[in-house]
Ligand binder design. Structure first.
Ligand code: PMP
Length: 384
C-alpha cells in the first residue's frame, strides 16, 4: 500500500523520549528544548491584518530583506531574492533531500550529527557517511578521502556548537572546508541554529562566506533565539539553487505561516535586539556553567567532556564503552532522561559509550540530582 521509501521511515527516538521525559518526576537532559523562562511575551497587536490572507511561497519580503541584511553582516554575500522562509529549519532538510537525493545517493555528514537530519536523509534512501570531527572541526584528510571514495551529492555540516558534540569549528577550519568543497565542487548545506547562542564570543564566519565556486545553502532558525513553537526558519541559497527550492516549498505547504513571520520580523527590527540576545546568552551561560560544575562533582570519574562554548548540549564520552541505548529505559524509570549517543551516528554499527546531555531546560537546582540519578544507573547497569 505504501511507497517503498516508507521502509526507511524511522521514528525519531527523541520524539519518543520527549513524551516519557515530560512526566513530572523525570529530570530531562534528553531533548534540545530552550528554557521557557527565556521566551518573550508575544505582542499580537504588531500583526497587520494582511497576515490573515495567503502569502508568497518565498516568504514575507520585509523579513527576507532583514535576514539578507543580517547575513551580509556575517559575510555572506546575498540579497533578499536568495532567502526562502521555512516552517522551521527542519523543513530545509526535507527540501534539500528532495532536491539532491536519489535512492542510494551518498551524503556526507559529520560523525556524530543531528539525528533528525539522518532521519530525513535516510527517508529519501541516502547512504549517509560520517566525516571524523575533532574539537577544531572536520578532519580534512578524512573529508577529502570520503569525497573521493563516495562522490557524495552534498555535505551537511553544523559548524557552530554542533548538535550533539558542541564543537565549534575554528575560522581556519571553516576556510579549509570551503576550499575543499570548492575544489570538488561539492554542494554545502550549512545548518546554523545555534550560532547566536555563543557564550564565549568566538569568531564564527560562515563556511559559505569563503566559498567561491561550489553551490551552498545556509539554514538559520528563530527557534533558539525567539520561540520554537512559532516554527520559523529560513534558508539562503546560492542563486542557482533558489528557484527549485521555492518550487519544492510551494509543493510542500504553499508558504510559511504569516503571523509567525511577522513576529520574527518584529524581533529582527526591535531596537533592543542586541540586548535581548545578550540577556539570552547570559541566561544560558549561567546554566552551562552550573551544569559544568554539577558534572565535575558527579561525573569526573565516569566520563570525559569538553565544556561547550555555545549551544545547548554537553557530549560525554563514558570511560566504559557501553551501548547506552538499553540504559535509557532504566534511566527513565529512575527519573532521569538522556540521549544515547548511538542515535547521532550514520553508521549501522555506531560507536558506543557516548551520551548527549541538554543543559538549557533544567533548573540549575535540579542538575546535581539529575546527574546523581544517571550516575546510579550507569554504575548499576551490568554492562557499565
Ligand atoms: N538543525 C539542527 C542542528 C537542530 O539541532 C535543530 C533543532 N533541534 C534543527 C535543525 C531544527 O530547528 P527548527 O526548530 O528551526 O526546525
Amino acid at each position: 500500500m505504501f511507497a517503498q521509501r516508507i521502509q526507511h521511515l524511522t521514528s525519531s527516538i527523541i520524539r519518543e523520549i520527549l513524551a516519557s521525559a515530560q512526566k513530572p518526576n523525570v529530570i530531562s537532559f534528553a531533548g534540545g528544548l530552550p528554557a521557557e523562562g527565556s521566551f518573550p511575551d508575544i505582542d499580537w497587536s504588531v500583526l497587520p491584518n494582511k497576515v490573515r490572507q495567503y502569502g508568497m511561497s518565498e516568504g514575507e519580503p520585509e523579513l527576507r530583506e532583514a535576514i539578507a541584511a543580517e547575513a551580509r553582516q556575517k559575510g555572506i554575500s546575498c540579497d533578499a531574492s536568495q532567502v526562502l522562509i521555512l516552517s522551521g529549519s527542519q523543513q530545509g532538510l526535507d527540501l534539500v533531500s528532495k532536491l539532491f537525493i536519489d535512492p542510494d545517493s551518498n551524503v556526507l555528514v559529520e560523525s556524530p550529527t543531528y539525528l533528525a537530519a539522518l532521519q530525513c536523509f535516510n527517508l529519501f534512501q541516502a547512504n549517509c557517511r560520517g566525516v571524523n570531527l575533532s574539537s577544531q572541526g572536520p578532519d580534512i584528510a578524512n573529508f577529502e578521502h570520503q569525497i573521493r571514495d563516495y562522490k557524495p551529492r552534498f555535505t551537511y555540516l553544523i559548524p557552530s556548537f554542533q548538535n550533539p558534540s558542541g564543537t565549534c569549528y575554528t575560522p581556519e577550519s571553516r576556510q579549509a572546508v570551503a576550499a575543499l568543497l570548492d575544489q570538488y565542487n561539492l554542494p554545502l548545506i550549512e545548518d546554523e541554529p545555534y550560532c547566536e547562542l555563543d557564550y564565549d564570543n568566538l569568531a564564527k564566519p560562515p563556511i559559505c562566506s569563503f566559498m567561491k565556486t561550489a553551490p551552498w545553502i545556509y539554514f538559520g532558525s528563530f527557534s533558539k533565539v525567539l520561540i520554537p513553537g512559532l516554527r520559523i526558519g529560513y534558508l539562503i541559497a546560492h542563486p542557482d539553487l533558489i528557484t527549485p527550492l521555492v518550487r519544492l516549498k510551494q509543493a510542500s505547504d504553499l508558504h510559511t505561516n504569516r503571523p509567525g513571520q511577522w513576529l520574527a520580523l518584529e524581533y529582527m527590527n526591535s531596537a533592543d535586539k542586541p540586548q535581548r540576545l545578550e540577556r539570552l546568552r547570559e541566561f544560558y551561560r549561567v546554566r552551562r556553567d552550573a551544569f559544568a560544575a554539577a558534572l565535575e562533582s558527579e561525573f569526573a570519574d565516569l566520563a570525559e567532556w569538553q565544556i561547550p562554548s555555545g549551544g545547548l548540549f554537553f557530549w560525554l564520552k563514558l570511560k566504559k564503552t557501553v551501548d547506552t541505548r538499553p540504559l535509557l529505559k532504566i534511566a527513565l524509570e529512575a527519573g532521569v532522561a538522556f540521549m544515547p549517543g548511538e542515535a547521532f551516528f550514520a553508521e549501522e554499527n555506531p560507536p558506543h559509550g557516548y551520551i548527549r546531555l541538554n543543559f538549557s531546560h533544567t533548573e540549575p537546582e535540579l542538575m546535581v540530582e539529575g546527574l546523581r540519578r544517571l550516575r546510579k544507573v550507569l554504575l548499576e547497569s551490568d554492562n557499565a
